[in-house]
Design a protein around this ligand. Structure first.
Ligand code: KG4
Ligand code: ZN
Length: 343
């Protein structure tokens, strides 16, 4: 089954052709992130305008690179949300128009389900359920126990900021550009991760939720209390210590969940933050007896259309034609919310 997929939830305009949920025949994207290096975050209106400029060229490139044409496309998939409404509207409108013009079924994919499916892209060995999935991006931080692509339960989610947001806001406090994750990672390479002490949020609490706002506040006050002109000297140490504290919090939750669900076969870490080198190293070192899997390319960690095409394929495989129809059940703590496919 060949799916043409779009992802336009934020500042990336992405299109991809994916065969049977794993083989990526093309993966093209344009990004407006360079417009936001000094704004500390994405300006929604500007991002939506860039989406409009890029969607048609990106579509053409995706078809061309896959050496395919509309007649051999079986379905169209698109991120239906969550995300910036103006940006989403560009993708969903384009997908709707093409589905109608080419007479193809249309599958709306929840953005998080796309991230959760990203480890299947070009994987050498098919992942095995049950899977413990940590999905960490700029918009969400969720911990899932999943027994299939469409069944599972939410174990924990952030009570305030998302992990990527903690990186982005932390970078802004440190005088580093947006997006903050790669900038903090780069600065941290020159720093000592034990130079500054940050709290371990919700450490004693009986929960699998996350919280990052305390870490951010702690960084803010540490910077405020530095002697005049000292920030430039300790920036790398602060970046390394802050990055380490975020990873420690994420890993602590994963370890706790892994103990509670001993039947899991694999641990997946997905979403933009899963590109982080320290997180990858610490996670692989922590879980030596369980397979720890990340998306196989860094470009599959951050927002991409291939993951949306993959998720649409598995939705169709598990739900059949129902994946093209409104899914009736809406339980807030189950995967049902993520497998609703109406655009
Ligand atoms: O999944 P994603 O591309 O978009 C959302 O769904 O939000 O994630 C973007 C987030 C940003 O907050 C960015 O700072 C973070 O992922 N990120 C990273 C790294 N690369 C991207 N965080 C830590 N380390 C990285 N190397
Ligand atoms: Zn994302």
């Amino acid at each position: 089954m060949k799916i043409l997929a779009f992802e336009t939830s934020c500042d990336e305009t992405a299109a991809s052709v994916v065969f049977n949920g794993t083989q990526v025949q093309s993966d093209v994207f344009a990004t407006s992130s360079a417009c936001f290096t000094s704004t500390g975050g994405v300006v929604p209106e500007e991002a939506a305008r860039k989406q409009l400029e890029c969607i048609v060229p990106v579509l053409h490139q995706a078809l061309e690179k896959a050496q395919t044409d509309p007649s051999s496309i079986d379905a169209i998939a698109v991120t239906k949300g969550p995300g910036l409404s103006g940006s989403l509207l560009v993708g969903t409108t384009a997908a709707r128009a093409l589905a109608s013009l080419w007479q193809k079924p249309l599958v709306g994919v929840h953005h998080t389900l796309g991230h959760l499916t990203s480890p299947w892209l070009e994987c050498a060995e098919t992942p095995k359920f049950p899977v413990l999935s940590l999905s960490v991006s700029g918009g969400h931080s969720d911990l899932w126990y999943r027994t299939s692509h469409t069944h599972g339960k939410l174990l924990g989610r952030t009570r305030d900021d998302a992990a990527g947001e903690a990186f982005d806001k932390g970078a802004s406090l440190l005088g580093l550009p947006y997006p903050g994750g790669p900038a903090i990672q780069k600065a941290a390479e020159q720093g000592r991760c034990d130079a500054f002490l940050f709290p371990n949020p919700l450490h004693e609490k009986d929960t699998l939720d996350f919280s990052f706002s305390g870490l951010k506040t702690s960084l803010k006050y540490t910077i405020r209390d530095l002697p005049e002109g000292e920030l430039a000297t300790v920036r790398s140490d602060l970046a390394a210590s802050y990055e380490s504290a975020i990873c420690k919090h994420l890993l602590h939750r994963l370890q706790k969940a892994a103990t509670m669900y001993p039947d899991i076969k694999e641990i997946h870490i997905v979403g933009g933050v899963s590109a982080n080198t320290r997180l990858r190293t610490v996670a692989s070192d922590t879980f030596r007896t369980c397979t720890v899997r990340f998306p196989c390319k860094i470009s599959y960690c951050t927002d991409n259309a291939a993951m949306i095409g993959a998720a649409a394929f598995f939705l169709h495989r598990e739900l059949g034609d129902a994946s093209y129809l409104p899914f009736q059940t809406k339980a807030s703590l189950g995967l049902e919310e993520l497998v609703e496919t109406t655009v």
